[in-house]
Design a protein around this ligand. Structure first.
Ligand code: ZN
Length: 65
């Protein structure tokens, strides 16, 4: 499941920091999933939102609190 949408954080529309593109698709990643277990921190069980640039593939991570 993916969407192609603008990324809005706190009311500001964010462009890709690498290429300046303004469309992203999203996925959720559990921080305690296999492969992320080396993140041995308090937020290890949190879910992260990934926004992936539709143009260059750069991944932005946002941790939910
Ligand atoms: Zn980009």
């Amino acid at each position: 499941m993916s969407t192609n949408q603008p990324l809005v954080i706190n009311g500001r529309e964010i462009n890709c920091p690498m290429c300046g593109h303004d469309r992203f698709w999203t996925r959720k990643t559990l921080m305690n999933s296999r492969g992320a277990s080396f993140f041995n921190f308090d937020w290890a069980n949190k879910a992260a939102d990934n926004f992936i640039c539709d143009e260059c593939g750069y991944v932005l991570w946002f941790l939910k609190r």
